[in-house]
Design a protein around this ligand. Structure first.
Ligand SMILES: [Zn+2]
Length: 311
């Protein structure tokens, strides 16, 4: 389990009472690393495991004393009552920084459960980034859906979450769920956005209003967003070159040899550059966007040309 997975698990389990003395040495070391980063902080706990029997829980009555059902009144040192707790504020700030949104405070959508981190733009589109913890719960999801029109509306959303995505059921809203450990990586003292998940976010954040797009393609044809989808698909230079030529022909046919020569790709057929086993996502984009007749001529399909430019 990497550090971010451990942090996600701590948040998800609501483990606000981790006694450093009760975990395994390996876990203790990792918790300590998270504490040094600032992701977990030591805080006084109301309820702790009894330091005498280590079985019962003890309610902390006052500084220095607590009550255990088996042991009676027990005296507690400061070390006994200090517990490691995930620092949600740290996490939300670092996520915003990794997405180039530093400075925007997270906005509470569902208290203690869901926050708006901010809006990111890729060359293709704007996405609203939310963070959700302990959201695999029908009550929480109902509150979130009720707040959705006010806080998110029609903007496609990405929900970074510590909850298992298969337990988060959000019918009727355009949201993509990304587990926290997949969305970011720890680097230095903060987080960096995973390139595959946030394709283009770092490079074009803030610029996109002025960056030219071509229908479903980014300005350099290295990304394509299929109709009705949120996440752009990355294309290799060869794939991008083929798509650019087809796009510039605006639906006119081009024969296979001319297409491959003009794209500068030394392969037999265009689909060879989109091999399904190597590039499953790009292959899917190819099948949606490129058509051919039986005579070996290719064209960009209506799907691409009629792509909604305003989305
Ligand atoms: Zn006890």
């Amino acid at each position: 389990m990497d550090l971010l997975e451990l942090l996600a698990a701590c948040i998800e389990q609501g483990r606000t009472a981790i006694a450093p003395t009760l975990v395994s040495p390996i876990e203790r070391e990792r918790l300590d690393q998270l504490r040094q980063l600032g992701a977990m902080t030591l805080a006084p706990a109301d309820v702790i495991f009894c330091p005498h029997c280590e079985i019962r829980t003890v309610r902390v009555l006052a500084v220095g004393s607590g009550f255990c059902i088996d042991c009676g009144l027990v005296s507690l040192t400061a070390k006994d009552t200090l517990r490691l707790a995930p620092d949600g504020d740290w996490l939300r700030r670092r996520m915003a920084q990794a997405l180039g949104l530093a400075g925007e405070p997270a906005w509470v959508i569902v208290p203690g459960r869901v926050w708006k981190i901010g809006d990111v733009r890729t060359a293709a589109q704007r996405r609203r980034v939310l963070f959700g913890q302990q959201i695999g719960d029908m009550m929480v999801l109902r509150v979130l859906l009720a707040a959705w029109p006010t806080h998110v509306g029609e903007t496609p959303a990405v929900i970074v979450t510590t909850s298992p995505p298969d337990r988060v059921f959000l019918p009727g809203v355009p949201a993509t769920l990304v587990p926290l450990p997949a969305a970011f990586r720890l680097r230095g003292g903060g987080l960096v956005a995973d390139e595959a998940v946030w394709a283009g976010v770092g490079a074009s954040a803030g610029l996109s209003a002025t960056v030219r797009r071509y229908g479903p393609f980014s300005h350099d044809f290295r990304e394509v967003t299929l109709p009705g989808e949120v996440m752009p698909i990355a294309l290799t230079p060869a794939q991008a070159a083929i798509m650019r030529i087809l796009w510039e022909l605006e639906g006119a046919l081009i024969d296979r040899r001319t297409l491959m020569r003009r794209a500068g790709v030394e392969l037999e057929k265009p689909v060879d550059a989109f091999a399904r086993n190597k590039f499953p996502q790009a292959n899917r984009a190819y099948r949606v966007l490129v058509s051919s007749d039986r005579g070996g001529n290719y064209l960009i399909s209506r799907n691409a040309i009629q792509f909604n430019h305003s989305s």
